[in-house]
Design a protein around this ligand. Structure first.
Ligand SMILES: Cc1cc2nc3c(=O)[nH]c(=O)nc-3n(C[C@H](O)[C@H](O)[C@H](O)COP(=O)(O)OP(=O)(O)OC[C@H]3O[C@@H](n4cnc5c(N)ncnc54)[C@H](O)[C@@H]3O)c2cc1C
Length: 720
């Protein structure tokens, strides 16, 4: 029996060797060495602006025209939105090609017998779970790449079906050309091989140029670069620079993960807060004891994000993070990954100094020429040392408030967040950045599972089941009612950093302040679900508490953190209030739901913690969230105060392409603390871009990162 329509059978030449590909002279599909490049517009599923719709229409035309001129048998085809009903899928942990998936693929190809499709010809690029209530049946949704060469060699009868395959934007896309692939280490190796003259054969830079003040001179020694901070941005900047042959010193005020783990243990068990080694400071940065969510809004499929994720896999992250629609690592996986990262940097010759805090910059002729460093345990800075470097990469995160003050004392240009203007990639618009404050809400995970999955909730089985532990993401806008539509302040209210199966943790860096965040382990098996609920704030809010000037946002955060500590009564006890009480602005004396927070909670009037407009915005947004997730307002929902360090309150101005401070040469402010990232992945991407920019400035590489990934995409304001 032939599977081919008779009309096409007559068009097809005989295959001289059944089971092997057709000769390429007549049917010229060639095996490409390089993996494919996506040529179509990405589908985000979000509402589109008219300008975006126009762009997509144009792109569609382009793609169709392109495919007409190309051979359909070249390279790969990407098949998106392939739906496999839950009962036909092996479940969330299976990332291969199941029979159910072959059925979905066969449907797209119009190939009549799914079981005859060879699974080896397909690779899963993305797998997500979709349990929206509007669906008749929950399903897994896949993106799959089809290797045409392999497919036809394994099942020649698919040939005609490929010949009839037509591209559809966002659903069926032809990927004939090479695309950057691989982790950062292999990408840089390729770069070095291709550029030749900047780097000698043994990988040592032959010559580099150094600018001091207005003078640029050549040096035969490796440029000495200080990277301050070992969070994702500092680690990735160090990796790029060291791979390109720079002499890198990574300076970190906190401790390596082994000691940091003990310090965090002492905090949780014995209430001892090490001010320099805690949930914010130490190896891996703020995200080490976290949920390790690797979701990002800067383009999940972009080459730069993929390079970061592949680098994490290189250092021991599970391969599933490349495929999972909502990848996350969990603290237990982050720790060994960071140990491998450290070992690789050391093998490259990076000097890593833990427990050393940068207190000041050395500046000569308007040029940063080094740093002043002291032992972190020495708060008096009496034994500080001067160190000279050719450049200083500042990757200190948003909790290094002392650094903002130091920069201000040197007149480095800082811009308060709500005056900074950046590109928001999720909406493809330019928008103002804004600081956010709010509370951390916690529900029993079972409540969130039931809200999201209804009767399927029992399938979660504390992270061991077929479907993922349920999460949520909520966004609303509220306009303050001051009677005048044009003057009333509009605030975004949203949930973020949702930690399913996680726990609430203390991220204070000072015992007189309380601020919170969330973390979880890879299995997400705890019985609680927590998330930040925040609203945007602006200079008007800071002024209402009498905070003015460039660092008003920092003072505002600090004030709320102090109030929270006082409401909790000290000793790191956290003030809490049920959602229902918060909405009614009252404190009832009934019993409270339990909390995952380990250092104790105390019922408190959180509705009195913020300026009234902020409380009202939070109250209104919670009511709106409940419309979207009925049951969100529940007697089991417990609000914890306070969530303040969601992002940096300021931005340190820098050149778009150079990454160099716009007011101080030789200083490269990067990552979240500098206001250019909002999460692990975007911070890592920013560090990677900055690493290339610095390497380019010292002529360690040619063309900078644009020669690898195309036009620079700054991480910007985007949150994870
Ligand atoms: C508990 C928690 C959970 C989180 N969960 C997630 C999540 O699941 N997913 C996600 O995407 N993001 C998460 N985040 C946010 C994420 O961690 C940050 O966005 C990211 O780490 C920012 O990276 P960075 O390199 O810019 O700065 P950081 O990670 O903050 O790193 C800065 C480093 O600089 C060091 N440093 C500061 N000052 C000095 C100095 N003067 N001298 C020397 N060293 C200094 C600090 O000790 C720190 O290690 C979480 C954050 C926290 C606190």
């Amino acid at each position: 029996m032939s599977l081919l329509p008779s009309k096409l059978l007559s068009l097809r030449p005989p295959n001289p060797i059944p089971g092997l590909p057709y000769p390429s002279a007549e049917f010229p599909y060639t095996r490409r060495q390089t993996p494919p490049r996506v040529l179509c517009a990405k589908r985000t599923g979000k509402q589109r602006y008219p300008s975006e719709k126009k762009k997509i229409r144009l792109k569609r035309k382009e793609v169709l025209a392109d495919v007409e001129t190309r051979n359909k048998f070249d390279g790969f085809w990407r098949l998106s939105k392939l739906a496999v009903p839950l009962h036909k899928d092996p479940g969330k942990d299976f990332l291969g090609v199941s029979d159910g998936l072959l059925e979905a693929i066969a449907k797209v190809l119009e190939f009549p017998v799914a079981s005859m499709l060879p699974a080896e010809a397909f690779s899963v690029i993305r797998k997500s779970f979709d349990a929206r209530k509007v669906l008749k049946e929950p399903k897994f949704v896949y993106i799959v790449d089809m290797d045409v060469d392999k497919l036809i060699s394994l099942e020649p009868r698919t040939w005609d079906f490929i010949s009839r395959l037509e591209p559809k934007v966002g659903l069926v896309e032809h990927l004939p050309q090479g695309k950057v692939s691989g982790d950062l280490i292999s990408i840089i190796k390729d770069c070095k091989r291709n550029s030749g003259n900047a780097v000698s054969r043994d990988g040592e830079p032959e010559i580099s140029s150094v600018s001091k003040g207005s003078v640029t001179y050549k040096t035969s020694t490796k440029p000495r670069i200080a990277v301050v901070g070992s969070g994702p941005s500092g680690l990735f900047a160090s990796l790029v620079l060291a791979e390109f042959g720079a002499n890198v010193t990574l300076i970190e005020r906190g401790q390596p993960v082994e000691q940091r783990g003990r310090d965090i243990g002492a905090l949780i068990v014995r209430r001892i807060l090490q001010m320099e080694s805690n949930f914010c400071f130490g190896e891996g940065g703020a995200g080490t004891w976290s949920d390790g969510k690797l979701v990002t809004r800067i383009g999940r499929n972009s080459d730069s994000v993929l390079a970061v994720l592949k680098t994490l896999v290189h250092f021991g992250g599970p391969k599933g993070i490349l495929v999972n629609g909502k990848p996350h690592l969990g603290t237990d996986r982050l720790i060994p990954l960071l140990q491998n990262f450290r070992q690789h940097l050391q093998e490259l010759g990076v000097t890593i100094e833990f427990g050393k805090r940068v207190d000041d910059l050395l500046i000569e002729d308007g040029h940063a020429v080094g740093v002043r460093v002291s032992d972190s345990r020495d708060s008096s800075q009496s034994n500080s040392q001067k160190r000279e470097y050719d450049a200083v990469v500042l990757a200190v995160g948003h909790s290094a408030r002392d650094i903002y003050e130091m920069l201000l004392s040197h007149n480095v240009t800082l811009v308060p967040k709500d005056f900074a203007f950046v590109r928001d990639f999720s909406f493809n618009v330019m928008s103002y950045m804004a600081e956010q404050v709010g509370l951390r809400i916690e529900h029993p995970q079972q409540v969130i599972n039931s809200i999201q999955y209804s009767s399927l909730a029992s399938e979660v089985r504390s992270g061991r089941g077929k479907i993922p532990v349920a999460d949520y993401k909520l966004v609303k806008y509220v306009r303050e009612e001051d009677g005048n539509v044009s003057t009333g302040t509009s605030r975004s209210c949203y949930s973020f950093c949702m930690c399913p199966g996680g726990q609430v943790v203390l991220t204070s860096t000072n015992p007189s302040e309380i601020c919170l965040n969330g973390m979880s382990f890879s299995r997400r098996s705890s019985k609680w679900a927590n998330a930040a609920l925040v609203v945007t704030v602006s200079a008007k809010d800071f002024e209402s508490l009498n905070f003015h000037g460039l660092l008003a946002g920092v003072e505002f955060q600090r004030e709320l953190e102090r109030r929270a500590a006082i409401m909790g009564g000290g000793n790191f006890v956290v003030p809490v209030q049920t959602v229902t009480d918060f909405l009614d602005s009252k404190l009832s004396v009934t019993s409270m739901p339990t909390s995952s927070y380990r250092l104790g909670v105390k019922a408190a009037p959180l509705h009195e913690l913020f300026p009234i407009h902020i409380t009202e915005a939070l109250q209104r947004s919670i009511s709106m969230f409940d419309e979207e997730l009925p049951g969100f307002i529940s007697k089991d929902g417990l609000l914890h105060g306070v969530e303040t360090r969601t992002s940096s309150p300021i931005q340190i101005s820098r050149g778009n392409d150079t990454y160099e401070s716009s007011s101080l040469k030789g200083l490269y402010p990067i990552g979240e603390g500098a206001g250019y990232a909002g999460g692990i992945v975007s911070a890592a991407v920013d560090g990677m871009y900055a690493g290339f920019a610095v390497a380019n400035a010292f002529e360690l590489c040619h063309g900078g990162i644009e020669s690898v990934f195309g036009k620079t995409q700054s991480a910007g304001i985007v949150k994870y």
